[in-house]
Design a protein. Structure first.
Length: 395
């Protein structure tokens, strides 16, 4: 999967206007100043629309998505103002700590949330069609056909009492009016394609007769059997050992080349991101805090939380040095702190003048004032801090 050179990327006209608009707006120190300055951050984010690092026509467009769960303890704001887009043939990696909203946002794209217990606002468009508000019947037609999901734990999506072959055949026939024989032929092709040896024999076996890696391959076969345009892979390799992980990632990569699907890859693992992603979106406490091409975000990160993530992974060159974990815990989503959600854990908070970090949520603004790499932080000299202090530690 290729990351286009910066000069190859084109920013759509509507995005140029909105970026220029938001880049020209200086941060405000107080509510009074903010009131004078005009619309709220949320309003500007809505206007800004979905960010599109590659500039290619997107297949999936998520705009200003919010997912909230009313609970006995209060309203859990799991996802807030999330916008991104993914063109066909491209892979977006969503990264962030546990609880940052990666799965909740992706389940919203799949329409998998319990409608009665979840408040979802914003827009999710697939190939131009709005998904939010569709009936369960319409969503079922789309799920497994235009869009499918690979979960971390194949046990949870493979039925233990049906053979793998049976599940593949049924998965195919739900969306295609074909004979059982034709569906079996397709299922055997898929088992072969995902590298399961002896598909004829494996076709009649139950999930418990497969190893973990084989089950994951079977689930990928199931996800791709209907040739979906969008695949959401939620930690698809976390439960597997390192060798099998690499094989599964290679498989996803090759299948993407064959099917040309858009992939949203959810992972904790920045090694996987570097290997697989064209674009990267970093989430913290339900919000996007940095977003751009993998090249931009990994080589020139511009947000202290992203720096923390990068510093907390082992590198070959820094093998003998101690890792620098991000200290502290993410905030409660029941009661997000005012200002920047990362403030209680941020080592750079003192570099911002006054109380800005604790009073005002930073906007998602273009890095260096232009381009489609955006980050959410009040620091003025992000580039120089990164070059002078963070990059040397990364080795
Ligand atoms: N049905 C629900 N009701 C209330 N809170 C929920 C519900 N589902 C998820 N949450 C909360 O939403 C937050 C985001 O959860 P999510 O599963 O998206 O995290 P994640 O980023 O995928 O984490 P992980 O890396 O551990 O999978 C968590 O705090 C979680 O407890
Ligand atoms: S806005 Fe302030 S607290 Fe938040 S990441 Fe930037 S410097 Fe740290
Ligand atoms: Mg998750």
């Amino acid at each position: 999967m290729s990351t286009p050179a910066p000069q190859d990327r084109q920013v759509p006209e509507d995005r140029k206007d909105s970026m220029a608009d938001s880049a020209a707006t200086p941060p405000a120190a107080t509510d009074a100043v903010a009131a004078k300055r005009g619309p709220s951050v949320a309003t500007r984010e809505r206007r800004q629309g979905s960010i599109n690092p590659s500039g290619e026509t997107p297949y999936l467009v998520v705009e200003d998505l919010a997912v909230k769960f009313p609970t006995a303890d209060g309203l859990v704001s799991a996802v807030n103002g999330l916008s991104y887009s993914v063109p066909l043939g491209r892979t977006l990696a969503i990264v962030g700590e546990s609880g940052s909203g990666k799965s909740v946002s992706s389940m919203a794209v799949m329409g998998l949330h319990d409608r009665k217990r979840t408040r979802i606002t914003g827009s999710i468009r697939l190939g131009g069609d709005e998904m939010i508000g569709l009936s369960e019947n319409d969503l079922m037609k789309i799920r497994g056909d235009a869009v499918s999901m690979v979960f971390q734990d194949p046990q949870s999506s493979l039925h233990p009492l049906y053979t793998i072959g049976n599940q593949l055949v049924e998965g195919y026939r739900v969306h295609h009016k074909v004979s059982k024989d034709a569906a079996k032929k397709r299922a055997l092709e898929m088992l072969d394609l995902v590298g399961i040896p002896n598909p004829q024999r494996r076709f009649g076996q139950y999930p418990h007769e497969f190893s973990g890696g084989m089950r994951q391959r079977a689930m990928i076969a199931m996800s791709l059997i209907n040739d979906p345009k969008l695949v959401i892979a939620d930690e698809p390799t976390t439960a597997l050992d390192v060798t099998v992980q690499a094989q599964i990632l290679d498989l996803l990569n090759n299948l993407q080349k064959e099917f040309g699907s858009a992939i949203v890859l959810i992972t904790h693992d920045l090694g996987v991101v570097a290997e697989m992603a064209d674009d990267v979106l970093v989430m913290y406490a339900g919000r996007c805090v940095e977003y751009g091409t993998a090249e931009d975000v990994l080589a020139n990160p511009r947000m202290p939380y992203t720096w923390g993530l990068l510093e907390s992974i082992p590198t070959v060159s820094a093998a003998n040095e101690r890792l620098r974990p991000i200290t502290g815990l993410p905030p409660s989503l029941l009661n997000l702190p005012s200002g920047c959600s990362f403030r209680p854990r941020c080592p750079y908070v003192d570099r911002v003048k006054g109380e800005l970090c604790s009073t005002e949520l930073p906007e998602l603004l273009p890095v260096d004032g232009a381009g489609a790499h955006v980050s959410r932080c009040h620091l003025h000299d992000k580039a120089s801090i990164y070059e002078a202090e963070v990059a040397p530690r990364l080795g």
